[in-house]
Design a protein around this ligand. Structure first.
Ligand SMILES: *Cc1c(COP(=O)(O)O)cnc(C)c1O
Length: 437
């Protein structure tokens, strides 16, 4: 039973914008002052949450009905959550030397990464809101691999939205690229001659571009609160699988959107003891947690390329939610290089038979370091963020075996594609957006 609470308002991390409803925060993405939206307070989780949910969509319904009671009527919400979360979310307990580590597999959605959770739910919310108001908009998305395909796939067939997708040319795996450029209704893909950070800067600049002032735009990057709320759900789901009063969680991180979803769940009462931020060589956040005064840096390329982020945008949210001391108390961070990532893939495979993608392997290595460095003996849940079959070269090198590809991955190679090159400039992006209008 949940009690209806007053609508939660959403406020900018920079504190210089009016507070808005969830709908407005979802549709605009970035606040007018350049900040990121956060709920001003999240209602405590409904009491139903402490009994095992019948299904993932049912869990989603009870959480959203509490957190955003004003957004979608329960009768409308039920089919949206059922449609968005139409895939399994299994937990795999590791064995042998890895006993006590549970892998939460978030990669069974249509594009085989955790990004499907946020993208699919956000697409359905947006389309529902835009249908009500009889409006349309263009979604801009910068991706270092998995966001773009999840967003493109999540919005395909949602008739109120056009998607413009940017990715750094030559910096995603062959499989990831194929997932990005497969032809989908209402989606245009561009290979930007630059880095992921360039792509992200172009998207940010589009919102302030004078020529786009009259063009309704939104962003589906992890700056959008509509992606973060769905990313809270699987932390709650994990709670029901661990059979302990509290747990710690390891999150392979780049832009820090995934871990921020967990932070929101914890704020609403979920007993998460510690967040372990597992980063690759892009180590801004682990440096911060060690007390170093570091600046954002350009990203460097690694095997776990969806985590190649030098300037994690959700850090702004974490800094708003935690004092520096509190941040260091609730978080533990580490940076894992490529050689160690592959070594961990091999060691885990040899010890347990479990095949991890490079991102998940960064998480597994962080789990091992965290165990060795602390006395926290709560169950440790490692989020598995992508399917290993998306990274066949790394998996083959590390384990000597080709990962089995799910059907929907093999089918990509026989589908038509659509992609164009794009210069790394805000003006080039403006041209492209206006060309369709
Ligand atoms: C996006 C992504 C990450 C990083 O998530 P953030 O929310 O950016 O921290 C990790 N692993 C995979 C496979 C991803 O696609």
């Amino acid at each position: 039973m949940h009690t209806l609470t007053a609508p939660v308002s959403y406020v900018s991390t920079r504190g210089d914008s009016p507070s808005v409803t969830f709908q407005e925060a979802l549709l605009t993405g970035l606040a007018p002052d350049g900040g990121l939206y956060l709920p001003d307070q999240l209602p405590a989780l409904p009491s139903t949450i402490w009994t095992t949910p019948a299904s993932f969509p049912q869990l989603a319904q009870s959480v959203f009905a509490t957190w955003i009671p004003d957004a979608v009527a329960p009768a409308t919400l039920a089919p949206l959550t059922a449609d968005a979360f139409s895939f399994p979310v299994p937990v795999v307990p590791l064995t042998g030397a890895w006993t006590g580590v549970l892998v939460l597999e978030l990669f069974h959605g249509p594009t085989l990464s955790f990004k499907d959770f946020g993208a699919r739910m956000m697409a359905r919310w947006m389309n529902a809101f835009l249908t009500t108001t009889d409006e349309r908009l263009t979604i801009l998305v910068a991706t270092s691999g998995d966001t773009g395909s999840a967003v493109a796939d999540g919005f395909a067939g949602q008739d109120r939205v056009e998607v413009v997708l940017l990715y750094p040319d030559g910096q995603v795996s062959a499989v990831q690229e194929r997932q990005l450029i497969v032809e989908r209704p209402g989606v245009r893909s561009f290979a930007v001659q630059g880095t992921f950070d360039d792509c992200q800067r172009m998207v940010k600049a589009a919102f302030a571009h004078p020529r786009l002032a009259d063009h309704p735009l939104s962003s589906a990057n992890s700056i959008n609160i509509g992606r973060l709320l769905p990313q809270s759900l699987y932390y709650l789901w994990a709670y029901h699988q661990v059979d302990a009063p509290a747990f710690s969680v390891v999150v392979p991180s780049g832009n820090l959107g995934n871990v921020t979803g967990g932070v929101l769940a914890a704020r609403a009462g979920l007993p998460i003891h510690r967040f372990v931020a597992a980063h690759n060589a892009n180590d801004f956040f682990p440096q911060v947690l060690e007390g170093h005064d570091v600046a954002f840096t350009p990203s460097v390329r690694t095997l776990s390329n969806a985590m190649d982020v030098g300037a994690p945008s959700n850090f702004e949210r974490l800094r708003t939610l935690f004092s520096p001391e509190a941040l260091r108390q609730r978080f533990w961070g580490t940076s894992v290089d490529d050689a160690r990532t592959e070594a961990t893939m091999r060691e885990v495979f040899e010890a347990t038979g479990y095949v991890a993608c490079p991102h998940t392997a960064v998480g597994l290595e962080a789990a091992r370091r965290y165990r060795a460095a602390t006395t926290d003996d709560a169950p440790l849940v490692v989020l598995a963020t992508a399917h290993p079959a998306k990274f066949p070269e790394s998996v083959r090198r590390a384990t000597g075996q080709e990962p089995a590809a799910p059907d929907r991955l093999s089918a990509l190679w026989s589908q038509p594609t659509r992609v164009a090159p794009l210069a790394p400039s805000p003006d080039a992006l403006a041209d492209v957006i206006l060309a369709a209008a």
